[in-house]
Each structure stands twice: as structure tokens, then as C-alpha cells.
Design a protein. Structure first.
Length: 713
């Protein structure tokens, strides 16, 4: 087991590197993402300059999420967003929930052909439209330093992995002595109006008596609390929006709001990397003049007047907006549950979450967070049982219990998810007027579910229900297509004396998970065989069905010269007019004469590893894709196959990746084949697939067919 001290050492090194990048670039906020072993998604590992609450929507970034860091990692390049308009145009999801002035850069952490994660930096509003050369150099230097830390840790057997919560890096400042501290307090008290300080989480860390008097509250009551939780008249999205704008943009912001019954107050927020200093002064109401000199200037956001008071917090609304955008892109049921759990738990202070659906008259737990010990007891409970989750699903009416006593009064024998818990919300998931499941939220302390919070939770359940309904349909189609494709691909490959064979097929990591890639090995006689591989355009049921037709057509013509096999298959496809194009490679292998004849229809040429280890891509005359021109001609080329030769047939998913030159990727694959070519074919196939998946995210299906000539046994 890894020593916790060793695990923290790597994150500390990353934090130190992040602090240095922030200092050199002048960026205000920094985030380091890592890809944990065995996971495709990025996880936030180190955070600086902003509270965890702000980063919560982006704690986990999937490979295909439309956010800058996902593109930077996938494409292996620096992504620069000059202003909020560009963010909204290129990345609507973060632009929707962060409509503030800032600039952003995202870059991959890569070394030795391995991409470990990504770096995100945010600059205050007003940054130049482009990165300065010195800033870009600092970004690249920081990424190289972090990648080196990660590579060394991996080589030493102690890989750096993100913790349950990201490591928070705070700027260090000299602690003032008693005389300085006293002078600072006296300075603040001499200023007109009131003063207070907020940390990056928005909690009050200091306020003067004058500020407490203006706010109409005792200083002790407000210290350590969020202002909008203690002061109902500040529980206003416009108020918190100004706070969020100050934190993200690092600009001075201000607003005027009403403290009932008739006291108008003006707030000026002055942010930096440690928190926000707030000046509070009396103000005139709408139509009057605000007393005092003001702080308007080129670095100040326009003043806002907040008169309406909504019963729910702005932060929850922002998270719900982000959740709505996220769920529109979620695919299967598990993706919906994971995205919802990632968003809901930090946004609403939820301690545990479970999503249940109804199947065959029983509840089924399809996903949970924080309820691992008790899910088994709740799963498979009959809908007729008198439990909160079953009742809300049947009746469509939500249930809220602010304490365990309330729950036990209503459901004395209820089985509650989790032994610990102090408040619960049970919400029906209703889509198109019919129940599709239940959402269970657990809190670790008693809670008063006020009407505004109940409305937000009900809206959240509605979003989740619609996404879950779509996801279940998606999963059904996916399973149908997967079974179709599995039935069309060969279950086993024939045994052919003098030939070792290994094959692999991996569906794309995104989309339906099925497609038109295929391979086959056909025994023609005791000493001859045919090998084929191809790729039908698309990743859907139609592509899989056409793949089956192409494979059947090749089978029907196998044994004819390779060019004729492809020509016959091409004529069949053009007659069918499927609207999809197909690439295909066909090889006729003569084991007696140690020779193969090959023809290609727009397919990547195979790699051949000669017995001496030399590896190259075969130079085949090009042929047109199948299904375009019925009169297309497919010329043939030959290659000798002495004993010990390895022939690698593959689809382009093995070498194509965003931001990667396909020739470079093919050359790297050839190097892997040369290096590992003496291993067993199964080990070699695993090595080639593993290298492709680790080197860059793959967005296409992968098919691989390996053939090695051996002396007949």
C-alpha cells in the first residue's frame, strides 16, 4: 500500500510548481488535473486562487466534455481563451455559468509520449487579447516541470493520484507583528463606513462594529458565516453574482441593495488571491445619488442594484445551470448518474445520493454516492413496500424530512439508505408525465427545507428524470447495436497450420460504442488463407449492419485474386447504395510459397515486421473506397513472408487521434511492433492496443489482426 506521506509529496510538488507558474504569469487562479490509473476522465488534483465551491462543477472532466482542458489534453496543445465572449462562443457550458471577464489558458501535462493530465490558468479581466511570449514560456515550463514530477513518481512506483478533494494551494504572506496588526485595525476603523473581510469561500473573517451596525446584526453572529445565510435580505442572486464576479475576474465590483425596511447600502468588493475586502456605506435609493467618492474606473465592473430577493441561493442556481448543460451531453444511464452526483453533492451540500428506477415491480439502485454500505438492502425492494423512495415513485409527490425523528414518525419501519444521516429529500423522477425513478438525497445534519430549496430540488429532479429517460433509451439502442455487432464479428478464428493469429476489437470510447470496423480470417485450403480488415463509416446500427454485408461479400468472393474480391464487393455496395463509404484491405496468403498478395480500398496499409526485427508499412497501390464508383479498379501488390514474419492489419482508430500526425503515429506503432514483436501474439496485441490508448484519447473504433508465419507443427 502506498505511504500516505509519499502520496502527498507528489501533490505538494505539483502545488509548488503551480504557485511558481501563477507568480511568473500573473494568473489569479490555477487548477491541475490528473488522469487516475484506469480512468478516462480527468480529476481536479490541485487548486489555487478560488474556493472548492467554485471549482465543484469541474472536479471531474470527461475526455469529450466541451471545456478547454479536455481539448488541450486530447489534442496535445495549448488552448487560449482571450475573453468571456470567446468563451461563450467556443465553450457555451462554462460560458453560461461563468459570465465574467477573465482570460484562460489550458495546456497538457505530457512527457515521454504519455499525457498525465492538464493545467488550467485564469487571468483577471482586462488581460491582453493574446498571451505574452514570457507568459507562454512560463506555462510550458510549468507543464514540463509538473510532467517530470509525475513521470519520476510513476517510474519510482509511487504514481501521483488525485485525492478525494483537491489539494488547496494558498499564497504565503508575512504574518504582521502585534504593532502592525494594531495599526492595521486602527487604520480600518478610521475609514468612513464599515469594513469586513471574506475568505475565498465567502465567509466573513473580520468585520468592524460600524459594518455590523450598518448590516443590523451582531458581529459575533456574522463572523464565520456566509452573509446571505445570516441576512435574509442578502439571499439574492444579484448579490452573490457580484461576489462571484469579484472572485473570478479579480476586479473591483460593487452593488447597492436594500436592507429592510428602508436602508439602502452600497457594497464595494476588492478581491485578491486570499479573499475579498468589502467596504459598506449608506446609499440613496433608486433615483437618488450614492454618497461618497465611489470607486468607478477602468478596472471596476458596472454597479448593480439588487432589489428582488429570491428564496434560493445563487450558487445553487449556477450549479443547476451547469448540471442542465452537462446532462444534455450525457449518454448512458451511468453517465447521467455520475454527472448528477458530481454536480449535486458539492452544489447543494448533499452528503449522500442514490438514484433508483422501477423494474418489474421493484426498485433498482442504478447509481449512488456515499451509500455504499446500505444499497444492497434497499435494492430490489417491492414498489408495494411502504418506503419513502417507493411512495414518491408511485405517487409522484416529493417527501422532505428535516430530521431522523420526522422520518421515523412517517415511516417507522423504513429502511434508510445509510446508517448515518440527519435529513432526507425523496424526489420522484418524472419524465413525460410518467415516473421513471426516485432520487434520494441525504444530509449529515438536520435541515429546514424552505420553499425555495424545495423548488430547486424539484427542478433538479425534473432535469435528472428527463436525462435518465433519454439515457435508458440510449442504453437500449446501444445494447441492441452491440449484440448486432457481436453477432457479425467472428467469434473464433480458424486454426491454420503455419500461421499464428491474434485479434482485438475495441469500440469507440464515446457514442454508441459500436461501429463498422471488422476483421476476418478465412481458411481457403491447407496452405492458403485470406485475411481482411475494414471500416464502415459511422458508429451506429446502420454501420454495423453494413459491416456484416461487406464481410459476407468478402467471404463469398474469397479465393479470387485480391483485386477481384474488392471489385466484386464494391459493385455489391454501389448496388445497395447504403449512403456510407467503406475502407477495406484484403490479403491472400500462400503459406507454401511464403508470399501474400494484397489490395486496398482506401484502407491504411498493414505493417510488416521482418524476422530480423526491421518493421515498415507496406507500399500498396491506392484503391478507391468501396461504394463510390462501381467501375473502380483495385491493383494488387505482393510481399514475401518468410518464417517469423509478423503482418499487422489495423483500422485507423489505432493511429488517429486529435492533434497527432497520422504518419508520426503510424511510425510510432511500427516502433512498438518492432520492439515487442518477439512476444506472443496475444501479448503483442495487448501491447499495441495499450500503447495506443495511453498515448492519446481515441475517438474511433479499433480493430487489429496480427498474423505471424511459423514452421508448421
Amino acid at each position: 500500500m502506498k505511504n500516505p506521506e509519499e502520496a502527498g509529496a507528489g501533490l505538494r510538488s505539483l502545488g509548488s510548481a503551480l504557485s511558481d507558474v501563477l507568480r511568473r504569469t500573473g494568473a489569479a487562479i490555477g487548477m491541475v488535473y490528473l488522469r487516475p490509473p484506469g480512468e478516462g476522465a480527468l480529476r481536479l488534483a490541485v487548486l489555487s486562487g478560488v474556493s472548492l465551491e467554485f471549482a465543484a462543477p469541474w472536479m471531474r472532466v470527461a475526455p469529450h466534455d466541451p471545456v478547454p482542458v479536455a481539448d488541450a489534453v486530447a489534442e496535445g496543445r495549448l488552448v487560449w481563451i482571450g475573453d468571456r465572449e470567446e468563451m461563450a462562443r467556443r465553450y457555451p457550458r462554462p460560458g453560461l455559468v461563468l459570465p465574467y471577464p477573465f482570460s484562460l489558458a489550458a495546456a497538457p501535462l505530457a512527457a515521454g509520449g504519455t499525457t498525465w493530465g492538464g493545467l488550467v490558468l485564469l487571468w483577471p479581466g482586462g488581460h491582453a487579447p493574446r498571451l505574452a511570449a514570457s507568459e507562454e514560456d512560463a506555462v510550458h515550463d510549468g507543464c514540463d516541470r509538473m510532467a517530470l514530477v509525475l513521470a519520476r513518481a510513476e517510474a519510482e512506483g509511487r504514481p501521483v493520484v488525485p485525492g478525494r478533494q483537491p489539494r488547496i494551494v494558498r499564497p504565503t504572506r508575512r504574518t504582521p507583528g502585534p504593532i502592525e496588526a494594531t495599526a492595521a485595525v486602527e487604520f480600518v476603523h478610521r475609514l468612513p463606513g464599515g469594513s469586513c473581510a471574506l475568505d475565498l469561500n465567502g465567509r466573513v473573517t473580520f468585520l468592524t462594529e460600524e459594518a455590523a451596525d450598518l448590516l443590523g446584526v451582531d458581529a459575533e453572529e456574522l463572523t464565520g458565516a456566509l452573509p446571505w445565510e445570516v441576512l435574509p435580505w442578502m439571499d439574492n442572486p444579484a448579490v452573490e453574482d457580484r461576489y462571484r464576479a469579484a472572485v473570478i475576474s479579480r476586479r473591483t465590483t460593487s452593488f447597492t441593495t436594500l436592507r429592510p425596511p428602508g436602508h439602502w447600502l452600497r457594497f464595494e468588493l476588492h478581491p485578491d488571491a486570499t479573499g475579498i475586502s468589502v467596504r459598506i456605506t449608506a446609499a440613496a435609493g433608486p433615483g437618488g445619488e450614492t454618497p461618497g467618492p465611489g470607486t468607478a474606473g477602468q478596472h471596476e465592473e458596472p454597479e448593480h442594484t439588487a432589489q428582488s430577493a429570491l428564496p434560493s441561493r445563487a450558487t445553487s442556481l449556477y450549479h443547476l445551470m451547469h448540471l442542465a448543460a452537462t446532462l444534455t451531453e450525457a449518454a448512458g444511464v451511468q453517465d447521467v448518474v455520475d454527472q448528477a452526483a458530481d454536480q449535486i453533492t458539492p452544489a447543494l451540500g448533499v452528503h449522500a445520493l442514490a438514484v433508483l428506477t422501477a423494474e418489474d415491480g421493484r426498485l433498482r439502485v442504478v447509481g449512488h454516492r456515499g451509500y455504499a454500505d446500505a444499497v444492497g438492502r434497499f435494492d430490489s425492494a417491492p414498489l408495494a413496500s411502504d418506503t419513502p423512495a417507493a411512495r414518491v415513485l408511485v405517487t409522484g409527490t416529493p417527501l422532505f424530512f428535516g430530521s431522523r425523528a420526522e422520518l421515523e414518525r412517517e415511516f417507522p419501519s423504513a429502511v434508510v439508505l445509510g446508517s448515518a444521516g440527519a435529513a432526507w429529500a425523496f424526489l420522484p423522477l418524472i419524465a413525460s408525465g410518467r415516473p421513471v425513478g426516485s432520487l434520494v438525497l441525504g444530509y449529515d445534519r438536520p435541515r429546514n427545507f424552505h420553499p425555495g430549496e424545495r423548488a430547486i430540488l424539484s427542478s433538479l429532479a425534473g432535469l435528472l428524470a428527463q436525462a435518465l429517460d433519454r439515457a435508458r433509451l440510449y442504453d437500449s439502442k446501444h445494447e441492441l447495436a452491440r449484440r448486432l455487432q457481436a453477432g457479425l464479428l467472428p467469434h473464433t478464428l480458424p486454426h491454420i497450420p503455419g500461421l499464428e493469429v491474434a485479434a482485438r476489437y475495441l469500440p469507440a470510447g464515446h457514442g454508441t460504442g459500436v461501429g463498422g470496423d471488422f476483421y476476418d480470417l478465412i481458411r481457403l485450403s491447407g496452405t492458403t488463407a485470406a485475411a481482411t480488415i475494414g471500416d464502415v463509416q459511422g458508429h451506429n446500427v446502420e454501420a454495423a449492419a453494413l459491416m456484416g454485408q461487406v464481410r459476407a461479400a468478402v467471404h463469398a468472393s474469397a479465393g479470387a485474386p485480391p483485386g477481384e474480391v474488392l471489385a466484386r464487393t464494391n459493385r455489391l455496395l454501389t448496388d445497395l447504395d447504403p449512403g456510407l463509404f467503406t475502407s477495406c484491405l484484403y490479403a491472400h496468403i500462400d503459406l507454401r510459397h511464403h508470399r501474400a498478395l494484397l489490395a486496398t480500398a482506401g484502407h491504411p496499409p498493414p505493417l510488416v515486421r521482418h524476422p530480423d526485427g526491421h518493421t515498415e508499412a507496406l507500399d500498396l497501390p491506392p484503391g478507391l473506397l468501396l461504394g463510390i464508383d462501381p467501375a473502380a479498379d483495385y491493383p494488387t501488390a505482393g510481399v514475401t513472408l518468410p518464417t517469423g514474419t509478423v503482418l499487422a492489419l489495423f483500422t485507423d482508430g489505432l493511429v488517429e487521434a486529435p492533434g497527432v500526425d497520422i504518419d508520426d503515429a503510424t511510425a510510432e506503432l511500427a516502433g512498438q511492433l518492432a520492439w515487442n514483436g518477439d512476444a506472443s501474439l496475444d501479448d503483442l496485441a495487448d501491447a499495441l492496443i495499450g500503447h495506443a490508448r495511453e498515448s492519446a484519447p481515441r475517438h474511433d473504433d479499433i480493430a487489429l489482426l496480427l498474423l505471424r508465419t511459423v514452421a508448421p507443427g
